[in-house]
Ligand binder design. Structure first.
Ligand SMILES: Cc1cc2nc3c(=O)[nH]c(=O)nc-3n(C[C@H](O)[C@H](O)[C@H](O)COP(=O)(O)OP(=O)(O)OC[C@H]3O[C@@H](n4cnc5c(N)ncnc54)[C@H](O)[C@@H]3O)c2cc1C
Length: 377
């Protein structure tokens, strides 16, 4: 079936919206993306892309621009509060870490080169089968309507009137991510993570020379923990070994909440949800953006193979959802283990991490999720 004349209206110019726009445009669709912000931009923090995200960027044609300037990560080590290395993993699959701004810029440029119309200052109010509804009341018809408008998706919420059921789970963890100037003692080819009580800190190189990303998590009720500018003394007390790290966290960094989203369906009629709008997850496995890119590629393939958009979307969900659900489930477990383990059980937690790290079944299954895209390319 040819899709020459088909048209898509997409809400949100984030990783999911732009990734999908590129794929649809490459397949011959006309595509318009609506972004409420005044420009397509993501600043500040870094992002890690595992094998599925890296492969997706290659498929989309944005790998060179988006990823080559980043750092290739070869090790992922986790250290507990007693200084024991509870996970020491030499990665057998590709993992790159890059500034988010580079990733988004590469997707944006690729979308423009493919003829996608990216409209900024264009807030979306919602959708119903057949059309996207802008905040100014205009209704834009399309063969495909997409909510890629993030974890607080208005498109998703508007589908509640059309039978969609949504469960959002507050994981009760506060997260901060920021880019900082790198110093020689920072990791250059490893992702390092430290656990201490219910606080967690990670460092990951970004461009291999000047920049390093930090991510930090603590329970929302940990007031000194989530103070901004950072309460350096409080964090240093949890991590005496991280000399000179907390002082570098930019004072304008902010803490956010972490939500898991579960939808009864990823589509209603010809309206689809993708990325955080459909399946936001705890950020522990570095897979939210990766699964969004992967889902953009598989959605386009399913639509191309189906006679009708509705049918293509159902097939896409049937194929993609088991993998996303699996990653989301394990990210959530990781999050709960880190943020909810009571003090007396912390040594047991270290043993659990060690067991997970060594579990062949778990690692094979996860590597399988990541390698799936490569296999089907
Ligand atoms: C601390 C942290 C660390 C993470 N680390 C990683 C990682 O290392 N690797 C990884 O793969 N993932 C990571 N993630 C997850 C990843 O950031 C998200 O899964 C990803 O950004 C989701 O992309 P998205 O396009 O679905 O949503 P978003 O990035 O939220 O983009 C949505 C876009 O829609 C726009 N928008 C919203 N509402 C409207 C509206 N009404 N009208 C028009 N436009 C609208 C927004 O302005 C935005 O541009 C992390 C997340 C967190 C919180």
């Amino acid at each position: 079936m040819t899709s020459q004349a088909r048209h898509a209206e997409i809400a949100g110019a984030g990783i999911a919206g732009l990734g999908l726009a590129c794929q649809l445009a490459e397949a011959g669709w006309t595509v318009r993306v609506h972004e409420r912000a005044s420009e397509v931009r993501e600043s500040g923090a870094g992002i890690a892309l595992g094998q599925n995200g890296v492969d997706a960027m290659r498929t989309i044609g944005a790998f060179d621009r988006g990823i080559l300037g980043g750092s290739k990560v070869r090790y992922w080590n986790i250290v507990d509060q007693w200084g024991r290395v509870v996970q020491e993993e030499h990665l057998s699959t590709e993992l790159y870490s890059i500034p988010r701004s580079s990733l988004l810029r590469a997707l944006h440029e690729r979308a423009l080169a493919l003829g996608v119309d990216v409209v900024t200052r264009s807030p979306v109010h919602g959708a119903r089968p057949g059309c996207l509804v802008l905040a100014d009341g205009r209704e834009l018809p399309g063969d495909l309507i997409v909510g890629a408008d993030g974890t607080r998706s208005q498109v998703r919420d508007s589908l509640l009137n059309h039978g969609l059921r949504v469960r959002r789970i507050d994981l009760k963890v506060a997260g901060l991510r920021a880019c900082m100037p790198a110093v020689p003692s920072d990791p250059s080819d490893a992702m390092l993570e430290w656990l201490s009580g219910q606080r967690r800190v990670g460092l990951i190189p970004l461009d291999g020379k000047d920049l390093v990303a930090i991510y930090m998590f603590c329970p929302p009720q940990d007031r000194p923990g989530r103070r901004v500018p950072l309460d350096v003394a409080s964090w240093r007390a949890s991590y005496p070994q991280l000399e000179g790290v907390f002082e570098r966290v930019p004072p304008d960094s902010s803490w956010g909440e972490v939500w898991e989203t579960h939808c009864s369906s990823w589509s209603v009629g010809n309206v689809a949800l993708i990325g955080d709008a459909a399946f936001s997850m705890a950020p522990n496995l570095g897979q939210g953006g990766c699964t969004a890119l992967q889902a953009a590629i598989s959605m386009t393939k399913s639509l191309q193979a189906a006679a009708a958009v509705e049918e293509g979307l159902k097939r896409w969900e049937a194929q993609e959802r088991p993998h996303v659900d699996y990653v989301q489930r394990w990210s959530g477990r990781y999050s709960r283990l880190c943020s909810k383990t009571p003090g007396p059980f912390l040594r047991g937690r270290s043993r659990v991490f060690g067991t997970w790290g060594r579990s062949k079944r778990l690692n094979d299954r996860f590597a399988g999720v990541e390698a799936r895209l490569l296999a089907s390319a």
